[in-house]
Design a protein around this ligand. Structure first.
Ligand code: PEP
Length: 247
């Protein structure tokens, strides 16, 4: 059986580092066993949150990382800066693609850098509303997967996690259905296989308006091994309910 994973992507929340630490402590106190739980705080809160979770059963992830090791890259963080703070990093989140101009090529370079540094990559893929309406979702996610993994060393990709996050479902309160997520999971696993990876060993998470109310649908959907949770991860009880659904 594949690992079950639920990760809270806190994005540009909560408002202060002290609030992030408090949220981290609350999460650590409420999490049931049987699921690998992670949180991804804003970069500035990483040291404090990592410290607060030092002895807890909650992994810390970065929300993004740069593809170069160091240099003139204003506002960016490198893999070496994450050492001792995060076990992995999200790459290719649609908000980073949208706001910071990440392309499939950049995502591939970030993934390769993360893997080389021993960080567990959580690769986000997903189609836009227009691509969805045009019936191109499977083609889009397959392209994103194949482009993203092509530069990374195969060995580090054994710990790859893929998050299927349809852009039209993120932050909208309108999640996809379990049946739809299962369909896209098949396209994702076919693309992993075509890329020479082991599709059955790779956990695939669903992300996009997952909440305590909607999670049951995804927890019981074939091929879905967990969730990447945005808004609902800022409320400890909601987040705990999502985690429990996958336990
Ligand atoms: C996300 O952006 O990764 C996400 C899943 O957000 P939300 O749960 O708020 O839709």
């Amino acid at each position: 059986m594949r690992e079950r994973i639920v990760i809270g992507n806190w994005k540009m929340n909560p408002p202060t580092i002290a609030d992030a630490v408090e949220l981290a402590r609350n999460v650590a106190n409420r999490m049931p066993g049987g699921v690998s739980v992670g949180v991804a705080p804003a970069a500035i809160a990483l040291p404090a949150v990592a410290d607060a979770l030092r002895d807890a059963n909650v992994d810390v992830y970065a929300q993004d990382v740069h593809w170069e090791e160091r240099g003139a890259f204003t506002g960016q963080i490198s893999v070496s800066m994450l050492r001792g703070l995060a076990v992995g990093t999200i790459v290719g989140h649609s908000e980073v693609r949208r706001d910071l101009g990440d392309t499939d090529e950049r995502v591939a370079k970030k993934l390769a850098r993360a893997v080389t540094a021993g960080l567990r990559p959580v690769l986000c893929v997903g189609e836009s509303a227009a691509e969805h309406a045009a019936g191109n979702a499977s083609i889009v996610v397959a392209r994103q997967i194949m482009a993203a993994v092509k530069e990374a060393p195969r060995r580090g990709l054994e710990r790859l996690v893929v998050a299927y996050e349809p852009i039209w479902a993120i932050g909208t309160g309108n999640p996809a259905t379990g049946i739809w997520a299962t369909t896209l999971t098949r396209a994702i696993r076919a693309a992993l296989k075509q890329s020479g990876l082991d599709p059955e060993a790779t956990p695939v998470l669903y992300g996009g308006s997952v909440s305590a109310r909607s999670v049951g649908e995804f927890a019981s959907a074939e091929g879905i091994d967990g969730a990447l949770v945005g808004g609902a991860s800022l409320d400890t009880e909601e987040f705990a309910a999502v985690v429990r659904a996958f336990a």
